[in-house]
Each structure stands twice: as C-alpha cells, then as structure tokens.
Design a protein around this ligand. Structure first.
Ligand code: NDP
Ligand code: 2IT
Length: 445
C-alpha cells in the first residue's frame, strides 16, 4: 500500500479500535487504489478516500423482547449507513450472535463498492443484530422483528435506506419487518425493504439471485477462456440461501456439487447434492445438514472438519467471513482446484487469497461475484416504483446480463491498470471509481 493510503488506513484503525473485520475489508480495497490516485489527483484533493472510510451515519439501538417463557431478552441492533452518493443506502440485515459494530461496518463498506459495480442507483449500508434465531419459535422471531423495526423504521424509507436479508434474515423475517413498518407508518411503502414475498411486492428470482449470480459470474469467467462448468466438480460451503441456489444453478449448467455444509459439519454426496432433499432439510424443516445424510444412504456426514478438504475444480465459499484461511487455501490448491469465487462476503482471509493467487488459482472476490442478490434487490425496487411485476424469465435474464457485465468490467479495468486477469484489482478499482466520481460531483458532503 502506498504512503498516502497507508496513512488513511492507519487513521481508520486508530478511529475504529478492535473492529478487525472492518480493518481487513478496508485494507483489501485501499491496497488496490494507489494507481488510481496516481492517475486522478482530484480524488486526493477532495479527500474522497478518507470520506469513503467514514460511514455517513451509524445507528445502535436496544432491542427488547419477550421470549416464549415470558423472559425479557435484550439484544443490540445496528444500522450503518455507509455511503449514499449513488442512491439510497442499500444492504442486508444480519441476525447472528457474532454481529457487532465491526462486522456491520465491514459489510457496509464492502456493500458500497459492490453496489457501485452493479451499475444500478444504490448506495451502501448494512445492519443487523446479535440476536440468535436458532431454535427460536416463529412467535419469538416475530416479536423480535417487531421490536427491531419499532426503532429502525424512523431511519429507513424508499428514498433513504432500503434493508434486505443476509445471514439469519430471509423471507419470513422480511415479512414480519415489513408488517411492523406498515403498521407504524400507516404506509404501504413497498420500496422500503427488498426480499419481500411475491404476493406482497417482492420480485421473482430475488431468493435465487445471489446463488445464481455467483454461478453466472463463474460461467462467464470460464467462457472468457473457452471453458465451461459442464462436467466440473464443485464444492459449496454453507447450506443457506446463497449456497442452495448456487447449487441449483451449477446443476442446471452441467456441473456437479459434491459437498455442502453448515456450522456443524459437512456432507459429501458423490452423486451430486440432491436439491429437493436439501431444500426440505434446510428451508422447510430448518434442520441441521447432518439430517441430509441421515435421509440419503449414499451421502456421508463429517462433523466439524473442513469442507475444503474435499477435492473440486471450482470452490464456492457461501457461508461466512474468514471461513478459508491459509490452511484451507493450501488444501484447495493441492487438490488441483482452478477457480475460487466468493458467494459469501469476505470468506477468504488475506493469507488465503495470497496462497490462491500465488498458485495461479483464479480468485473472484465477493463484491463482484455475489453482487447478484443486491442487483436483483434493485430490480425489485424498480418493479415497486413502477407498480409492476416481471416474469421469472425476464428477471433472470436481467440478472444474468448484470453478472456478465460485472465480470467484463472487472477484466477490462484490470487490463486498463496493467494487471490482466486480476479480478481483485478490477473489482476494487471499478467499484471505487463510480462512487468516487459521484462524490466529487456532489461536493464535500
Ligand atoms: P443464511 O443464513 O441463509 O445461511 C448461512 C449459511 O452459512 C448457513 O449454512 C450457516 O450455517 C452458515 N454459517 C453462518 N455463519 C457461520 C459460521 N460462523 N460458521 C460456519 N458456518 C456459518 O445466509 P445467506 O446464505 O444469506 O448468506 C451467506 C453468505 O452470503 C453471507 O456471507 C452473506 O453476507 C453473503 N451474501 C448474502 C446475500 C443474500 O442475498 N442473502 C447476498 C450477498 C452475499 P448454520 O445454519 O449452522 O449457522
Ligand atoms: O451482501 C449482500 O449483498 C446482501 N446481503 C444483499 C443486500 C440486498 O440489499 O439485497
């Protein structure tokens, strides 16, 4: 990192002590930007990077609720409104016990560049809570969501800030959140949240979009070298929203997903993951992935362990941040994997990325590869604004075009900056430039 950016990074670490995930995400982006500043001194003069590193607004609030046993529970809620130069703040809500300000900031920072890369009019933000939904009844989830929204509603709106789902937040939670927003404001403001059900303002393809988008991105990456997914062996970590639909699209394009996981362990199924069974276990029953193996004799379950020990041609980490460290990356390399594309946000540590890149494994960073979810959220906002609803085919075609477009923009930018094939540089520079130009145009705000 050059001196100008090093000084900004040091300031960020000093001003945000202990927020290691935020430091990591910022370090990764700033490390790419030296050549951009050399060519564009106007960004330096206007302190664009220091402004980009400071969220526009950070909201932290108490979320009290009563559990099924009548016990009062207190959680902490967050919304970090990172950057609105390109449009209303946009990004998901995460409900997971590990959530604290540093995780929300890392996600909001990444989201700003990701949303810019989509080419659509959306700024960056993220939120969530340290609430743990595991094992909670529908009634508890509803009461938690209602309490969370009772504070959050005053900060969001279709022109202000538009939350959606992330880990632990899917269609059920968005429903409860939307219901409470509607009740408090007395407005059917569809554009205030995305990921809604299709009968009440949602978009077809939004549930599939992140997973499908990752696979469209990988397909375009392989096509650019005259290759395809057909016949490829794929490993997908996680078994939530992103993982499930990544598996579905890999199978549609002729690849075979051999393994997937949850935080308890992983399953290996050499015949290819049975998607109907997976959806029944994880979506319908909200059960553990071990139950997949219980129901399918040809599959085996490995408790704990690393799914990255399973050999594959393409690796799609779709669970959580920092799930692939140096050790896992070495296993991926030694098993002969050719492509790693991040479905999750920042699943590879900096050491892991170094191991992969040094071994000439093609690495596609999350802010490019997993942008299909938020891009389809922006398509949901378009449909809400025009009171329209598109067919599945139309929405999927738009998603596919957007993902292939992001892929090409990353490669073109990498070429322009003298690093052909460097998707990290391409994504960071292309994402940064669009936000930075908007910030220059809007003045010092
Ligand atoms: P889900 O809650 O649907 O699924 C999360 C999956 O990851 C589960 O299988 C979960 O296992 C596993 N997981 C979560 N935390 C951990 C952990 N600490 N250790 C091991 N496994 C873990 O979330 P999504 O599929 O929506 O999100 C997955 C990733 O994709 C996240 O990084 C998210 O930020 C990112 N993403 C999501 C988008 C979306 O549209 N939903 C868009 C772009 C990125 P378990 O059930 O055992 O906890
Ligand atoms: O990380 C992400 O891009 C998301 N969780 C989706 C955000 C959104 O607004 O759809």
């Amino acid at each position: 990192m050059d001196d100008r950016l090093g000084a900004v990074y040091d300031e960020l670490v000093r001003r945000n002590p202990g927020e290691t995930e935020f430091h990591q995400a910022a370090h990764e982006v700033l490390s790419s930007l030296g050549p951009v500043l050399d060519r564009n001194p106007q960004y330096v003069d206007a302190e664009v990077i220091r402004r980009l590193c400071e969220p526009e607004r950070q909201i932290i609030f108490r979320v009290p609720w009563v559990d099924d046993a009548g016990v009062v529970q207190i959680n902490r809620g967050f919304r970090v409104e990172f950057n609105s130069a390109l449009g209303p703040f946009k990004g998901g809500l995460r409900f997971h016990p590990s959530v604290y300000l540093g995780i929300v900031k890392f996600l909001g920072f990444e989201q700003t560049f990701k949303n810019s890369l989509t080419g659509l009019p959306i700024g960056g933000g993220k939120g969530g809570s340290d609430f743990d939904p595991k094992g909670r009844s529908d009634g508890e989830i509803m009461r938690f969501c209602q309490s969370f929204m009772t504070e959050l509603y005053r900060h969001i709106g279709e022109y202000t800030d538009v939350p959606a789902g992330d880990i632990g937040v899917g269609g059920r939670e968005i429903g409860f959140l939307f219901g409470q927003y509607k009740r408090i404001t007395n407005r059917y403001e569809s554009g205030v949240l995305t990921g809604k059900g299709v009968t009440w303002g949602g978009s077809l393809v939004r549930p599939e979009a992140t997973g499908y988008g990752v696979v469209f991105f990988v397909d375009e990456l392989l096509r650019s070298r005259g290759e395809s997914l057909d016949g490829r062996k794929v490993v997908v970590s996680g078994s939530g929203n992103v993982a499930t639909y990544a598996i579905e699209k890999v199978h549609q394009l002729g690849g075979t997903v051999l393994a997937c996981s949850d935080s308890g362990g992983y399953v290996v199924d050499d015949a290819g993951i049975d998607l109907e069974l997976l959806k029944d276990v994880k979506e319908a029953r909200r059960a553990r992935i071990s139950e997949y193996a219980d129901a399918r004799p040809e599959a085996r379950y490995v408790a704990g362990g690393s799914i990255w020990d399973v050999p594959c041609d393409v690796a799609l980490p779709c669970a959580t941040q920092n799930e692939i460290g140096e050790r896992e990356a070495r296993a991926i390399v030694s098993n002969g994997c050719a492509v790693v594309a991040e479905g999750a946000n920042m699943p590879c540590t900096p050491d892991a990325v170094r191991v992969l890149v040094d071994a000439k494994v093609t690495f596609a960073p999350g802010k490019a590869a997993n942008a299909g979810g938020v891009a389809t959220s922006a398509l949901e906002m378009q449909q809400n604004a025009s009171r329209d609803s598109w067919s599945f085919e139309h929405a999927e075609q738009r998603l596919e075009e957007i993902m292939r477009g992001i892929h090409d923009r990353c490669l073109e930018t990498a070429d322009e900056y003298g690093s052909p094939g460097d998707y990290v540089l391409g994504a960071n520079v292309a994402g940064f430039t669009r936000v930075a130009d908007a910030m220059l145009a809007l003045g010092v705000i």
